[in-house]
Design a protein around this ligand. Structure first.
Ligand SMILES: NC(=O)c1ccc[n+]([C@@H]2O[C@H](COP(=O)([O-])OP(=O)(O)OC[C@H]3O[C@@H](n4cnc5c(N)ncnc54)[C@H](O)[C@@H]3O)[C@@H](O)[C@H]2O)c1
Length: 437
């Protein structure tokens, strides 16, 4: 298991490992913001002595048996109780130093250095129908074991659900469930789930707890980290959204084994993107299939994203580099009525940007050959069937337009990219350069 800490406006951990869905309850209970003020994070579980929340949760994960074995009687009580009952159980156990409990936040305490562990009283698990059938029960079981009240919001899978209807239905669901700010929305799923759930968490009561549990490769390496949340409007993709960082990301790479080849390839497109924009060694390593070393590759991509986000959380400058392939990519998604998946669209967009870069003298032909070969290795598209004028038009509804132009990302070489502002009047010809075989 590996933990990567993202230091943005909110500091949070990305925990990556195999099989960790089953300890999601412990991990969430010990996450920074989801812990009540004054509580010694994870103390009850790990016998806390200043261990970080994640270390403590790791200890818990290493053996929930460890709770009993360590003689943490109150800890055991916490596991069996609901959030509210847990407070009483802790009191009965005579624990001191229980932090002040905010409305909506369940709390539990245990012996040992006056440690208190608190978590949100309720958790709304947001997932699409496919993921709900595969993993819903395991997650709710893990949460229930830790005393959380859980409820589930399930919507039909696919990009078509990433809209204001799903968003509003989720918001109303949270209100019906009498959710408070101290409760948490948990997104169990791919990028669609994370984007909708994250936007709802950002808006409901001006911000509730939010946990991402990515179940697609794309969500693991990209969308679950960095705090971009959004839904699509008729006028374009991701037009309604917010920057809202999660409190915790739990990435169980074993969940990726059930992905279809197409959804797996979508994630690989984003991984190739990271290699092209920031890491030659990562790019070269992709000759060995990603599926054979998921944990290592996911961790490297998250590190790259962490570094970029730490420098420019709100995408005023450097973060735009992550949009390699996204300008033409978003246009392809929109023109196809979202029939082309995000990952495949980004792959095509990356090929278009790299071809254009060669013809504009930004990079040399060998870079293009390498990018195209790698995309083909993962069965990803290297072009689009839409004409340049239609693509340029669709790009103009992209939220990344600024003033008189639009910033595009071009490779300089594998591992290094550059941002260039393209005036609106030149966009069509740049895209045409990128489409010509
Ligand atoms: N917020 C960001 O920073 C960011 C970054 C990149 C992409 N995105 C967004 O992410 C979305 C694409 O994400 P995606 O590709 O994960 O799509 P997705 O969420 O629609 O998932 C793709 C499909 O995989 C299924 N699935 C999910 N997990 C599975 C599993 N473990 N086993 C089997 N099937 C599973 C889903 O049911 C769905 O049918 C786009 O909307 C894109 O705009 C957001």
């Amino acid at each position: 298991m590996k933990t990567i800490t993202v230091d943005a406006s909110k500091k949070y951990d990305v925990v990556i490992g195999a099989g960790i869905l089953d300890v999601a309850g412990e991990l969430i209970r010990n996450a920074r913001r989801l812990t009540a003020p004054g509580a010694a994070a994870g103390g009850a579980v790990a016998g806390g002595d200043g261990a970080t929340a994640v270390q403590a949760a790791a200890a818990a994960g290493a053996g929930v048996q460890g709770v009993a074995g360590a003689g943490a009687a109150a800890g055991a009580a916490v596991q069996a109780a609901t959030a509210v009952q847990a407070t009483a159980a802790a009191g009965a156990a005579g624990a001191d130093g229980l932090g002040e409990v905010e409305p909506g936040a369940g709390a539990a305490a245990a012996g040992g250095q006056g440690a208190a562990v608190a978590g949100p009283g309720a958790v709304a698990i947001v997932m699409d129908d496919v993921v709900a059938a595969l993993y819903g029960e395991r997650l709710s079981g893990s949460l229930a074991k830790c005393g959380f009240h859980t409820c589930e919001f399930i919507f039909p899978h696919g990009e078509a659900s990433k809209n204001t209807d799903t968003f509003l239905a989720l918001i109303n669901f949270l209100a019906e469930q009498k959710f408070g700010r101290g409760d948490a929305v948990v997104a169990l799923g791919g990028g669609v789930t994370g984007d909708v759930a994250g936007f709802a968490a950002a808006c409901y009561m001006r911000g509730t707890g939010f946990v991402q549990i990515p179940t697609t490769l794309l969500a693991a390496v990209d969308s679950s980290v960095g705090g971009k949340t959004a839904v699509n409007l008729a006028g374009g993709k991701n037009l309604l959204g917010a920057f809202y960082q999660p409190d915790l990301v739990i990435c169980d790479v074993s969940l990726l084994s059930t992905l279809t080849p197409e959804v797996y390839a979508d994630g690989c497109a984003e991984i190739i993107k990271y290699g092209v924009l920031a890491d030659r060694a990562l790019f070269d390593s992709l000759i060995t299939p990603v599926r054979d070393r998921m944990e290592e590759v996911v961790a490297r991509c998250v590190e790259i994203k962490r570094d970029v986000v730490a420098e420019d959380e709100f995408e005023n400058g450097g973060r735009k580099i992550l949009n390699l392939g996204h300008t033409a990519g978003h246009a392809i998604e929109v023109l196809s009525g979202y029939g082309v998946s995000h990952g495949r669209a980004v792959a095509a967009g990356m090929a278009i940007a790299t071809r254009a870069a060669v013809r504009m003298g930004i990079c040399d032909d060998s870079c293009l050959r390498e990018v195209l070969a790698m995309l083909k290795l993962y069965d990803l598209p290297v072009g689009a069937r839409y004409p340049a004028d239609k693509l340029a038009d669709a790009c103009l509804s992209d939220k990344k337009r600024e003033g008189s132009g639009l910033t595009m990302v071009f490779p300089l070489e594998i591992g290094r990219c550059v941002l260039k502002k393209i005036p609106f009047g030149e966009l069509e010809s740049v895209i045409r350069l990128g489409l010509e075989e």
